[in-house]
Design a protein around this ligand. Structure first.
Ligand SMILES: *[C@@H]1O[C@H](CO)[C@@H](O)[C@H](O)[C@H]1NC(C)=O
Ligand SMILES: *[C@@H]1O[C@H](CO)[C@@H](O)[C@H](O)[C@H]1NC(C)=O
Ligand SMILES: *[C@@H]1O[C@H](CO)[C@@H](O)[C@H](O)[C@H]1NC(C)=O
Ligand SMILES: *[C@@H]1O[C@H](CO)[C@@H](O)[C@H](O)[C@H]1NC(C)=O
Ligand SMILES: *[C@@H]1O[C@H](CO)[C@@H](O)[C@H](O)[C@H]1NC(C)=O
Ligand SMILES: *[C@@H]1O[C@H](CO)[C@@H](O)[C@H](O)[C@H]1NC(C)=O
Ligand SMILES: *[C@@H]1O[C@H](CO)[C@@H](O)[C@H](O)[C@H]1NC(C)=O
Ligand SMILES: *[C@@H]1O[C@H](CO)[C@@H](O)[C@H](O)[C@H]1NC(C)=O
Ligand SMILES: *[C@@H]1O[C@H](CO)[C@@H](O)[C@H](O)[C@H]1NC(C)=O
Ligand SMILES: *[C@@H]1O[C@H](CO)[C@@H](O)[C@H](O)[C@H]1NC(C)=O
Ligand SMILES: *[C@@H]1O[C@H](CO)[C@@H](O)[C@H](O)[C@H]1NC(C)=O
Ligand SMILES: *[C@@H]1O[C@H](CO)[C@@H](O)[C@H](O)[C@H]1NC(C)=O
Length: 738
């Protein structure tokens, strides 16, 4: 194929439209394709901060302006690629004992770093870490810039790039010294494969090729925007741990990479990381291996042709049969077209308001990015598959914001990749955690890796708001699929979750109520955990969760024709009905009972405003002695607005505040929160992070979609849409929320 000297954005659009014409799914009422493609991301230079990505939730590939990782080494991250550094000699994880803290008159053991066990405590926090599987970029062979230097992005002319949301593909083009280069980048929608097409006369002259490089893992807590160490320290000692076995023929290649780690007690290889890249391309090609000690790159050239159609399959078993580039791109187009045409959708295009336009843009881009980064078999990490934050581990309290929107938007197939299976997998270790602390049921972990281990940490071990999440997920699942199969799928998880929640609550004989804590950290992670008792949001969530669990047992009993009442464990009912009342001072809720100077201490009115979740996130309780006092809810919302340090707030704080305003009937305030300057999304829809959280901070994307679902679909007793009337919003496919 011979290309004109420059491929323009217009010619790329034709490609994009041709790709989407193959759609066979029945188009819904809204012209979804038109709206989605109007937000296709266009760039003419690399962002230094965010890539453009293709991916499938379990593998994603971040690209610079070339459509690959040529100039900027953006990352290739997966759900399954993890690595352990060698254990600190002479200890193993069994030598970690954590710390005992006084808890209601007894010592309870918490997974907290123990100063006497510093080395293994640190190791457990930093390992395993998620690895950047590979870097794939354009190799410019002997070409140089006019001044004789290596080619940089500044040497490209007429660079254009389009991320086509409708087909899940990136189309990039530029000229190098007058010769056009065009690159297409795709991901298979279900298998962990990347498809790349490169078209240029520079291929035929042997001046252009495709390189593959392998960054070495590191132990940086936050690794952004590039994960791992470059160049792979092939000359350093670390390289001894990083070995490659390769097979290349003219149309096919395999690279098996093995990163060794050693058991500190006996010096044997303990937990090697081994994975495969299986490569296939269309034309006679030549793979060169890196020269030892010089540049650690494999380079593919295909000098007989002006086109390389290339597929790279990533796996831990090496058992893929890579498909053709054409097959991969067809499957991607079909999958994404059917994704966009199914589930719920919001059309705000009838409005000229800039707020409506921006909300539509954020919504569409978030619908794309949450699939690429969050629709995985494990919950996503905070920065998705873009960067590493917290060593690539995921936080179970954050799973709510990452995942719950999939159910509100009717994409249960994507939710089903992780739920309820993720809880089932982590059930045994969570039962052990509860048992070791003297509780019944399962205490879900916090900062977690795929083995279910929760990283040591004071906050990690004392947060509790992740505990009721499975009950919220299960309730939404049952609402969509009210049948015996749903009831049984979740039953063990619900049993263990509610048993823990009931046994964690401490019966205070003086007051006659069940208390939560101390010690604990509330959602905001502020305050002294030894003095934190009865946090308001957690109390509301406990009551909501036990309510769901009790209803679940009643449904199951009806379903199996047994006595409904008898099937509900009595402690669930006792705790639900005798939980401490939500703390109120001066007619507003307080973060926890007895908190000093609630609205005047700067240390208190900062971080996550979880008080807005009592009504914004949760439906008002249907049980308990005292109904939710809406005057207090309203007073609290007003007080948050006037005193909270919202400039220091970030991420899902704003959608949470918006949902609270919405339920209180103040749509304009809800929109003001959603469009707050501290809640920003870049040109490609990535939510900004901050100094305290990794970038991009993907819980923002999920929480935005959850808030938009509430605007569009409403909630029990108040079905949507709730957008301003003058926006003439059209919504389809939403069911009413909790
Ligand atoms: C690059 O894109 C920006 C923003 O879309 C635009 O303002 C600018 O004119 C473009 N530059 C070129 C050289 O096309
Ligand atoms: C670590 O645990 C092993 C096995 O329980 C024990 O033999 C060893 O003494 C412990 N090492 C340290 C440093 O505590
Ligand atoms: C909480 O109490 C434990 C003792 O039970 C103590 O070791 C710990 O330092 C206290 N933590 C704080 C933050 O005061
Ligand atoms: C650019 O191309 C011209 C001819 O097309 C050639 O003479 C020149 O050497 C090239 N420059 C570089 C830096 O490759
Ligand atoms: C860049 O594109 C413009 C407009 O398509 C064209 O006139 C110009 O020749 C191109 N420049 C290069 C260096 O390819
Ligand atoms: C690049 O330079 C090397 C060393 O001078 C030479 O052997 C090789 O043929 C050149 N490659 C091309 C494609 O010109
Ligand atoms: C050394 O450690 C590994 C990993 O823990 C274990 O599988 C192996 O049995 C140990 N070998 C000896 C001789 O203790
Ligand atoms: C071109 O392809 C043929 C086989 O079709 C192969 O023998 C030859 O080496 C190739 N040339 C280059 C430069 O790769
Ligand atoms: C019972 O509750 C009161 C009031 O909150 C508190 O001061 C007391 O410490 C609690 N008792 C126990 C044993 O926790
Ligand atoms: C159901 O169980 C409850 C509690 O054990 C009992 O009080 C009630 O009589 C039972 N009802 C029937 C119909 O068996
Ligand atoms: C709700 O709270 C307000 C403010 O504290 C109070 O005046 C009112 O009596 C409460 N309502 C009920 C029903 O308790
Ligand atoms: C309640 O309001 C009074 C009067 O404004 C104030 O003195 C007191 O500090 C407030 N209490 C709390 C806990 O904020």
């Amino acid at each position: 194929m011979h290309l004109p000297a420059t491929a323009t954005a217009a010619s790329l659009l034709l490609l994009v439209e041709a790709a989407s014409a193959s759609s066979t799914a029945k188009p819904p009422g809204i012209n979804r394709q038109k709206i989605v493609q109007s937000f296709n991301v266009r760039r003419n230079s690399s962002s230094k901060i965010t890539p453009l990505q293709v991916g499938n939730g379990n593998l994603a590939f971040g690209a610079d302006i070339t459509g690959l990782q040529t100039f900027l080494p953006f990352n290739t991250l997966s759900t399954w690629g993890w690595h352990n550094f060698s254990l600190p000699s002479p200890v193993t994880p069994d030598n970690f004992t954590g710390l005992d803290w006084e808890t209601h008159g007894r010592l309870v053991n918490y997974d907290q770093p123990n100063p006497a066990e510093q080395a293994i405590s640190d190791w457990l926090i930093q390992n395993p870490q998620r690895i950047n599987l590979a870097r794939l970029g354009l190799d410019f062979g002997n070409l140089t810039s006019a001044s004789g230097k290596p080619i940089t992005e500044a040497d490209l002319t007429n660079a254009t790039q389009i991320l086509d949301l409708w087909t899940g593909s990136i189309h990039s083009s530029f000229s190098l010294n007058g010769t056009a280069v065009e690159v297409e980048t795709w991901a298979h929608p279900e298998e962990d494969m990347i498809g790349i097409a490169i078209r240029s006369d520079l291929l035929a002259s042997g001046d252009l090729g495709l390189f593959i490089d392998f960054p070495y893992p590191d132990t940086n807590k936050f690794d952004a925007p590039f994960v791992g160490v470059y160049p792979n320290a092939s000359a350093s000692a670390a390289a001894n741990d990083d070995t490659f076995q390769t097979v290349f023929d003219p149309w096919y290649g395999t690279i098996q990479r093995t990163l060794a780690s050693v058991d500190g007690t006996n010096g044997t290889n303990a937990a090697n990381t081994s994975y495969y890249l299986q490569l296939q391309w269309n034309n006679y090609g030549h793979f060169s291996k890196p020269d030892p000690g010089t540049k650690g790159r494999y380079v593919l050239t295909a000098a007989n042709s002006t086109e390389i159609l290339f597929v790279a399959a990533f796996s831990s078993a090496g058992d893929f049969v890579p498909m053709s580039f054409g097959g991969l791109s067809d499957e991607s187009s079909d999958w994404w077209t059917s994704y966009w045409n199914s589930g719920a959708f919001v059309d705000l295009t009838a409005s000229n308001s800039s707020e409506a336009k921006e909300l539509q843009r954020r919504t569409v881009l978030s619908q794309y990015l949450t699939v690429v980064n969050s629709a995985s078999t494990n919950p996503p990490q905070e920065s998705g598959l873009v960067n590493n934050g917290w060593y690539g581990k995921f936080h179970l309290e954050m799973a709510f914001w990452h995942l719950v929107h999939f159910s509100r938007w009717g994409h249960f197939d994507l939710l089903a990749r992780s739920l309820p299976d993720m809880y089932t997998r982590f059930l045994p270790s969570s039962i052990d955690r509860a048992k070791n602390q003297g509780y019944k049921g399962a205490r879900w972990g916090k900062m977690t890796d795929p083995t279910g281990r929760s990283a040591p940490g004071e906050i990690n071990s004392l947060l509790i708001w992740q505990q009721p999440h499975p009950l919220y997920f299960a309730e939404l699942h049952y609402r969509a699929y009210p049948n015996a199969s749903t009831l049984h799928q979740w039953d063990d998880i619900i049993m263990a979750t509610a048993d823990f929640m009931a046994s964690f609550a401490f019966f205070n004989k003086t007051t006659g109520v069940y208390d939560l804590g101390p010690p604990l950290y509330p959602v905001s992670e502020t305050g002294n955990p030894n003095a934190t008792i009865n946090p308001a949001f957690e109390l509301a969530y406990w009551r909501f969760g036990l309510d769901v669990a009790i209803r679940w047992k009643q449904r199951l009993s009806r379903n199996t024709s047994t006595n409904a009442t008898a099937a509900v464990p009595q402690p669930w009912i006792d705790v639900r009905d005798k939980l401490a009342a939500l703390p109120i001072v001066n007619d507003t809720f307080t973060t926890y009972e007895g908190i000093p100077n609630m609205w005047t201490d700067p240390a208190t009115v900062t971080d996550h405003p979880a008080l807005a979740g009592i009504y914004g996130w949760l439906p008002p309780s249907t049980s308990g002695p005292v109904p939710l006092n809406l005057t207090v809810v309203k007073n609290t919302a007003d007080k948050i607005k006037s005193t909270w340090d919202l400039k220091a707030s970030y991420g899902w704080d704003f959608p949470l505040l918006a949902m609270n305003s919405l339920r209180l009937g103040d749509v304009n305030q809800a929109l003001a929160y959603l469009l707050d300057a501290s809640f920003s999304f870049d040109d490609a829809g990535y939510p900004t992070g901050g100094s305290r959280v990794p970038a991009p901070y993907m819980p923002s994307s999920g929480a935005l979609l959850q808030a938009v679902a509430m605007l569009a679909g409403g909630w029990d007793g108040s079905p949507g849409p709730h957008f301003p009337v003058e926006w003439n919003a059209i919504v389809e496919g939403f069911s009413v929320g909790l």
